[in-house]
Design a protein around this ligand. Structure first.
Ligand SMILES: C[S@@+](CC[C@H](N)C(=O)[O-])C[C@H]1O[C@@H](n2cnc3c(N)ncnc32)[C@H](O)[C@@H]1O
Length: 234
C-alpha cells in the first residue's frame, strides 16, 4: 500500500472523522487524557494518518511504515486542518517518521510523556523505552497490547476509558474484574502470547470486560511511588 500525499486529508477524514460516526477516532479519549494528566510530548507509533492527537496535544511524533506516510502526514492540507480544529493556542508541532517502529531511533529514549498504542501491535513493548519514568501509555486491546501492558509489571493500570468517561482504576467498581476471562482467570503473559497472532474474534482467552481504551502509567522508578498518576501533570 502506498499513501499519496495529496490524498491524506481525505484519507484521514474518511477513516476517522466520518466513518462509523467517528468510532475509530477517540478524540474524546485524547481530550480526557489531556485534561486528566496533561502530557506535552506524545509518541504515536503505528499511527497511519490518524492525526487526531495533534488536535489535543501540541507536540506529537508519528511513526508508521506505510509507504508515503511521512509525506502524507506532513501534507499542508492536514496541517491546515489541525490548525483550524486544535484545542490549544500556539502552533502544532508535528513530526513524522516513515519506518518500522521496532527499530525506531529518531527520538531520544525517555523523552515522551505519553505513548499511544491503537490497533498496531505490541507498542508497549517495542516503544516503552521512549517514555519518561512515570509517563503514560494510552492503549486499546484490539491487538492485545492493553493485555500485554497489564501483564508487564512496569506498567500500572490507572484508568479505563469507556462510554466517553475516564474512570480512575481505584474508583472502578470491581477493579479485579479487569483483564480476567469470562471464567474468572487472571490473564498471564503466556495467555497473551498465545493469542497474539489471532484476530480478536478467534481469541482463546476472551476478556469478561473490555473498555474502549486504557491508561497505564510506566513505573517511575521512585521508591514509594504508588503509581496513582492521575492529575500528576507532565
Ligand atoms: C490497523 S492500522 C491502525 C492505525 C491507527 N493506529 C488506528 O488506530 O486507526 C495499523 C497501522 O500500524 C502500522 N504498523 C504496524 N506495524 C508496524 C511497525 N512494526 N512499524 C511501523 N508501523 C507499523 C501499519 O502500517 C498501519 O498503518
Amino acid at each position: 500500500m502506498t499513501l499519496r500525499r495529496d490524498d491524506s486529508l481525505a484519507a484521514y477524514l474518511y477513516s476517522y472523522r466520518d466513518k462509523d460516526g467517528g468510532r475509530q477516532d477517540l478524540l474524546w479519549a485524547f481530550r480526557l487524557v489531556a485534561g486528566g494528566v496533561g502530557c506535552r510530548r506524545v509518541l504515536y507509533p503505528g499511527s497511519y494518518v490518524h492525526i487526531t492527537p495533534s488536535l489535543v496535544f501540541p507536540e506529537v511524533c508519528y511513526v508508521d511504515s506505510v509507504k508515503g506516510v511521512g509525506a502524507a502526514l506532513a501534507a499542508p492540507a492536514l496541517a491546515e486542518y489541525v490548525d483550524g480544529h486544535k484545542d490549544y493556542c500556539g502552533d502544532a508541532v508535528i513530526r513524522c517518521w516513515e519506518g518500522d517502529y521496532r527499530g525506531f531511533g529518531g527520538e531520544p529514549a525517555g523523552s515522551f510523556d505519553l505513548l499511544i498504542s491503537l490497533n498496531a501491535g505490541f507498542i508497549s513493548q517495542h516503544c516503552g523505552h521512549f517514555l519518561k519514568p512515570g509517563g503514560f501509555l494510552l492503549v486499546n486491546n484490539e491487538h492485545y497490547d492493553a493485555a500485554r501492558a497489564w501483564v508487564d509489571s512496569r506498567y500500572q493500570l490507572v484508568a479505563a476509558l469507556e462510554d466517553g468517561a475516564l474512570n480512575p482504576a481505584d474508583a472502578l467498581s470491581g477493579n479485579s474484574t479487569w483483564f480476567r476471562t469470562a471464567k474468572g482467570e487472571v490473564l498471564t503473559l503466556a495467555m497473551v502470547e498465545s493469542d497474539a497472532e489471532r484476530p480478536p474474534s478467534k481469541a482463546r482467552f476472551r476478556l469478561a470486560r473490555e473498555a474502549e481504551a486504557y491508561l497505564f502509567r510506566l513505573d517511575s522508578g521512585v521508591r514509594g511511588d504508588d503509581g496513582d498518576g492521575l492529575m500528576a501533570g507532565a
